[in-house]
Structure formats: C-alpha cells, structure tokens
Design a protein around this ligand. Structure first.
Ligand SMILES: Cc1ncc(COP(=O)(O)O)c(C=O)c1O
Length: 382
C-alpha cells in the first residue's frame, strides 16, 4: 500500500520526543469550537464570504477583532487600522515585498526567530543583528549600528521573545520608537506571544504606538498560537498610510482580501467568546507545563542556566562554553529526543552553547522523559 501523502508540516517519529518544536499539539487545537462556528456561519443566509473579499480584510472580522484586542491590549484598537493577513509569516513576506529591495539592510535582534531569518533571506536582504540582554534589544547597540547602516526596518519580537523568552521594558520601547522616528526606519513588531502571559502582565504591545498615531510602527498578530495555525489567519495593525500600501497592492486587487472564508468562521469564534475562553484554557495548561519543565531541568540538567519564562513558548538554556549544542544534536536521534541549537537563531552562527526548548507540545510526563533523554545524550558526549 502507498504511504499517504503528508498533511501536517512536521513529522516526528512516534518514539521521539522533540522538545525543539514550536507548534501547539493537535490535542489543544479546538476542533469543537471551530466546528460550531463554521456550522453557524454556514447556516446563515449570507454567502458573501464565498466572494472575493474586501482588500483590507473582512470587515466583520476586523470589527470583532478590534473589540477583542481592545480588551486584551488595554487600549482601544481601531478596526480601520487593522489589515487581515494569513499569519505573521505572510505579513513579514509582504513587508519585505513592499518596503525593501534586494540588498537593503534590515536589523534583527540577536538572537531572532530563525524562520523569519529565512523569509529575509528569500528577499536577499542584508540582515544585521543587534545585541540584546535579559531585557531584550539594547537601544545603545541599536544607536551604534545606526551610525553605520540605514535599515529599512527593524524586526523585533518585543514580548516573550522567540527564542529567549525575554520582554522589552517600556522605557526601551520608547527609546526604540524615538530612534526609528529620528532615523526613518520602520519597526515590524512581531507580537505573536503578547496574549500568552502566564505569570506577569507584559507592557502594552507596539500596537499602542499605532493607536497613538505612529506612522512607522507595524504591529503583527496571529491566530496561530491562540487558536490554530492551520487557520492561516493573522493581522497587522498600522497607520492608515501603511494599510493603504498593502490594501492597494496588485496582490489584493487581483485576489481580494486574504482568507474571507476562514475570517468568517473566526469572527464567529471571537463573537461567541470562544477565543477568550481558548486563551484562558491554554494559559492554565501551559503554566503547568512550564512548572514541569523547570522541575525536570533542575533535576536532570543542572549545568543549564535559564530563567523561567513568564509567557510565550520557550525555555532558552545556556550551557558552559565547551558544550556545542549543534554537535550534541547530531547524536540526539540515538537518544530518541530532539531540541534546537542556539546557532539556528543567530544570523552569523554564534550562540553555539545555547538550546531552545518548547514547553507547549508535550504533557508533563513527556517533558520530564524528554529532558532525561537530553541529559543522557549530553552526559555521554561531555
Ligand atoms: C516569533 C514568531 N513569529 C511568527 C511565527 C509564525 O507565525 P504565523 O503562524 O502567524 O505565520 C512564530 C511561530 O513559531 C513565531 O514564533
């Protein structure tokens, strides 16, 4: 019999525990909620979501989302400043398309989300990394780099960063926005984890600057981590001038606004209160899994230094310099485990002694077993 063609992106062998993966598990994707919303949507006598959609994105979804975000973000979000995307990956690709030419310089944090770096490579951009510390991007390092480069944009994950889990404090946010105004570059703030806080309320998202009238800030959001990645749905929040640039593009003119059908279903999920409920459920499960990972790390990997994350998806472990996590990973399959080496998140191959682990994909028991296997792999090699 032929093997079925794949449906999902990542295939993990059944006996392997991959603590590197940054996906939610299938068990936490809310099928019943989506089924109910879809049934509701399909039973209305309005089939307009089957038509080419309005360029900026479904108006009902934007209104429902603006209302939801106003509560979650703590300031009024204007639906006129929202543009519907098919997720943050799509938004980043569009930002590169509309605001850069091959060879242009952009700035990223060191380290940064490694798959965003791949999107920037597709656009042949010159990616320059800016130093960070436990409070995220260092404004003085940004200023230093601005003496030598004129970036088109700064790509930033300000809250519960991937991979470090760090959050940029308010004061640094202000400094970065001032530098962007002075040096005329855009800030593309990837706020994918903003609503997934477990033990600390983060500062307001960069969307707050958009709300206050900033013309050079684009705040990116996504339903991938708060509902389901397969929906391929997200949003950007930006000044009317930027929204116009996207909405008036040839892409939207030809294809219409993005994902009208999914937008109609997700609108139903938001309006019924399902989105808030789902986020609440995820937070309570993830809190327990963070605790499990912290305990397992303390028990089995005492050489790893880390801070327990207050939100997001990841633990960021620092090992002694002699440990090359990329080398270690070559041997991981023999121990039926996997993780991600820090070098993946560096634009120049540094951070060799760092490891990213994700606490959302497995339950507490599997997390402990996975950490035990990493420990066995490490202690055999070093
Ligand atoms: C920082 C960050 N940005 C973007 C994404 C992908 O977002 P989307 O599914 O909306 O394209 C992820 C997923 O892991 C992420 O961690």
């Amino acid at each position: 019999m032929q093997t079925p063609l794949p449906v999902i992106q990542t295939q993990i062998p059944p006996d392997v525990i991959d603590l590197g993966l940054g996906n939610p598990p299938l068990s936490l994707l809310p099928l019943d909620m989506i089924r109910e919303a879809a049934q509701n949507t399909l039973s209305q006598n309005d089939n307009s979501f089957l038509q080419y959609g309005t360029e900026q994105g479904d108006g009902y979804l934007r209104a429902a989302l603006a209302n939801f975000l106003s509560g979650g973000y703590g300031f009024p979000v204007d639906p006129q400043r929202l543009f519907i995307t098919t997720g943050i990956s799509n938004a980043l690709d569009l930002i590169c398309t509309f605001f850069t030419q091959p060879g242009d310089t952009i700035f990223v944090e060191k380290p940064s989300y490694f798959l965003a770096l791949r999107i920037f490579a597709d656009h042949h951009l010159n990616v320059v990394s800016i130093e960070t510390d436990e409070n995220g991007l260092i404004p003085a390092s940004l200023e230093e780099k601005l003496a030598g480069f004129r970036p088109k944009f700064l790509y930033l994950i300000p809250t519960f960063q991937n991979p470090t889990g760090h959050t940029l404090p308010q004061e640094r946010r202000e400094q970065i926005v001032r530098l962007a105004e002075k040096h005329d570059f855009l800030i593309a703030a990837d706020e994918v984890y903003q609503l997934l806080n477990y033990s600390q309320q983060p500062p307001k998202p960069f969307g707050a600057y958009v709300d206050a009238g900033a013309e050079n800030v684009i705040s990116l959001g996504s339903f991938s981590k708060i509902l389901a990645p397969g929906l391929r749905l997200g949003w950007m929040q930006a000044h009317a001038n930027i929204i116009k640039r996207f909405a008036n593009s040839g892409l939207m003119d030809s294809g219409g606004g993005l994902n009208p059908f999914t937008s109609a279903v997700v609108r139903g999920v938001i309006e019924s209160g399902g989105l808030g409920e789902n986020i609440g459920r995820l937070k309570s499960i993830y809190r327990d899994q963070i605790r499990a990972m912290d305990e397992a790390l303390r028990r089995h990997l005492p050489e790893a230094k880390y801070e327990v994350p207050h939100g997001g998806y990841f633990f960021w472990l620092q090992f002694p310099n002699r440990i090359d996590v990329g080398e270690l990973r070559k041997n991981a399959s023999a121990f039926k485990v996997d993780f991600r080496q820090g070098a993946l998140f560096s634009s120049n191959g540094g951070l060799k002694n760092y490891m990213r682990l994700c606490f959302v994909y497995y339950d507490a028991e599997k997390i402990e077993e996975g950490i035990k296997r990493i420990s066995a792999c490490l202690h055999q090699a070093f």
